[in-house]
Design a protein around this ligand. Structure first.
Ligand code: TTP
Ligand code: MG
Length: 343
């Protein structure tokens, strides 16, 4: 049966909350993230409002670059506890609109609205949802509605900020074809670069590649890309998946014993695990570090805390201790390191 899927994403979420809390900031560029320290700061931009985006500032950009682009912006630290509380309130509202919902991150969720039976009705539901969030939380959001998750999410991206866009099944083709390849979920910067190198820039051009060609270029993801370019996506909206663990691992380009390199990569892993932890409001108790040596021999070391924690400092300290033990106990070249946390 034809489905009706709604996607909602809050506009410039962290920065919009800061605007709400500090009305005198309104209209000024606001950047939420690391301390810029007069342009010398390390760390990155978490997000910024649309005024700051006019200067070219973006999520993930080094904070020093953001400072260079707009030194007069208001730079604020990440007050994650506040954003989490606001997120919980918003998701309580979202959940009321369908028993089948999926919370993707602090500011993003899907609803299965197939029971509405028509896209017109679903649009009304979307309008009502946006209105309720605005009335209760004084925050704007954008809604996309389509026959599946991919189309709904892409509709949201196109309608931002404070918009609502419905793409009906018979509009999917004309919606997708003129878009850039990197508008397609699943196509990140690296994939896009490879495709551009062979002259493919738009989704219309992407559709000229066969499924087997895409599979050859990108593996299993290639098949997903082939389907998505045609508006095919069967992924169900899954009601709150219970996450059991979060982890990351990285294989070194060359086996190594260089502690600076190893700890450098480990910092990156720590940050990624922590980011996912925050996005999912996940608490950990057991920290496991994985180490694979040149001969593929794989060892793990774990530490279980007395109480569940969400603290980055605790995670970093305990995980680094475990990693150090690996480095001290033998001299074998290391092929891969990883980190996993669970409750
Ligand atoms: P997004 O929904 O990607 O971005 P946004 O809400 O700030 O802006 P918009 O949706 O209007 O384009 O991410 C939601 C929040 O997640 C964002 O406010 C801050 C946080 N975030 C990071 O901390 N780092 C990142 O790299 C990204 C992309 C988001
Ligand atoms: Mg958002």
């Amino acid at each position: 049966m034809e489905r009706i899927i709604l996607h909602i994403d809050m506009d410039y979420f962290f920065a919009q909350i800061e605007e709400r809390e500090n009305p005198h900031f309104k209209g000024k560029p606001i950047v939420v993230g690391a301390d810029p320290k007069g342009g010398k700061g390390r760390g990155v931009v978490s997000t910024c409002n649309y005024e700051a985006r006019k200067y070219g500032i973006r999520s993930g950009m080094p904070i020093s670059k953001a400072y260079w682009l707009c030194p007069d912006a208001i730079f604020l630290p990440v007050n994650i506890e506040l954003y989490q509380k606001v997120s919980e309130k918003i998701m309580e509202i979202v959940k009321k609109y369908s028993p089948t919902y999926e919370i993707v991150s602090l500011d993003e969720a899907y609803l299965d609205l197939t029971d509405c039976k028509s896209f017109e009705k679903a649009k009304k539901v979307g309008e009502k949802l946006k209105r309720e969030i605005f009335e209760k939380e004084k925050l704007t959001s954008t809604v996309g509605i389509g026959p599946n998750k991919t189309i709904a999410k892409m509709a949201t991206e196109k309608a931002k900020p404070n918009g609502l866009l419905v793409i009906k099944p018979n509009q999917v083709k004309e919606f997708l074809e003129p878009l850039d390849i990197d508008d397609l979920p699943g196509i990140g910067p690296k994939t896009a670069e490879k495709l551009r190198a062979i002259g493919i820039n738009k989704i219309k051009e992407l559709k000229k590649l066969s499924k087997s060609k895409l599979k050859e270029m990108f593996g299993k993801v290639g098949e997903r890309i082939w389907e998505r370019a045609r508006g095919i996506d069967e992924e169900p909206v899954e009601s709150e998946e219970v996450i059991k663990s979060i982890g990351r691992q990285i294989t070194f380009e060359k086996d190594t014993r260089n502690p600076r390199l190893i700890f450098g990569i480990f910092e990156k892993i720590l940050k990624e695990v922590y980011q996912e932890l925050v996005e999912n409001n996940f608490f950990f108790r057991t920290i496991t570090v994985i180490c694979r040596y040149q001969n593929f021999e794989t060892h793990t070391k774990s530490k279980t805390l007395k109480q569940p924690s969400q603290d980055f400092i605790v995670l970093k300290k305990e995980a680094k201790k475990l990693l150090l033990k690996f480095l001290l106990e033998n001299k074998k070249p290391i092929r891969l390191i990883g980190l996993r946390v669970k409750i």
